[in-house]
Ligand binder design. Sequence first.
Ligand SMILES: Nc1ncnc2c1ncn2[C@@H]1O[C@H](COP(=O)(O)OP(=O)(O)OP(=O)(O)O)[C@@H](O)[C@H]1O
Length: 316
Amino acid sequence: MTAQAQDVLVSARQLTRRFGSFVAVRNVDVDIPRGRVFGFLGPNGSGKSTTIRMLAGLLAPSSGTITGFGGIQLATNTDAWKRRLGYMSQKFSLYLDLTVEENLRFFGSVYGLRGASLLDRIDALADRLRFQEVRRVLTEGLSTGLRQRVALAAALLHEPELLFLDEPTGGVDPVGRRMFWDLIYELAADRGMTVLVTTHYMDEAEQCDRLAFILDGELIADGSPLDLKSHLAGRLFEVVVEHDAFGALETLRSQQQFEDVYLAGRHLRAVLRAEARDAALAPLAAIGRPESAEPSLEDVFVSLARKRSTSSGEAA
Ligand SMILES: Nc1ncnc2c1ncn2[C@@H]1O[C@H](COP(=O)(O)OP(=O)(O)OP(=O)(O)O)[C@@H](O)[C@H]1O
């Protein structure tokens, strides 16, 4: 086995899922590295949840293979697969009419944990995820952020090797999101746990060790945030637009030297084709003072998505 193969915890090949005649996920090949935080990023309905539900053994693929944990085939050994993972979705399954502790005892018993070892585990997680003070409170009365931490604890009770988080921070304020992500990183770093997370928040995606971009059910790019940014073809410039931003946008979009032009608040961002000379910036300089800008993941995603729609338009 090569060093690279040893570092891969889970691999999917040609993963496809149809719902009737609709193809929600199409021919996805992906390797999930061990001990890292791996993000699936894409717009609503792009197929992120369907992909990770298949990887978690919750949904059968229409075709394709999933292997991992040193040689287990998900299709033929689903129970062994599921024992190694924890799963938490935005629609967490906590019982609102039970207290936090009753919920955790219930989920612990589902994983086969009992007695003092279950209580010790709940205690450790309550310390770690900072919800000791609400252990005897009805779950219904908790804020969304606290509920999320309790749901995370439920997914971690049996110390899984792989943790799936499906849009874990939906509905949580920015401070709560930050805190949740700090916890995820602590867990991944301390215990070498692999985390697979879906999100449409770009700031969350920036924090992943590795990212897969999903669009219309297809994996369109995969790499570290830095790798993905370095593949943005062209150089990014921005100017502040004082008036008639849409007029400026239209004018610049009609010029061949720009790969892409779009608005981000009052900033007009233009990707100058790699082969274009600085002089080609003149139309941008006519609007304001062009400054070189660092591409964000959003820039990369928009550029890849636009390229893909142009090439599928050409193919049609
Ligand atoms: N059980 C199902 N039956 C029919 N269509 C489905 C089913 N589950 C998902 N889909 C469709 O598959 C597509 C992908 O859905 P999926 O939930 O995987 O997307 P997503 O990227 O996770 O979106 P979101 O960010 O909104 O959760 C959507 O068009 C969705 O309507």
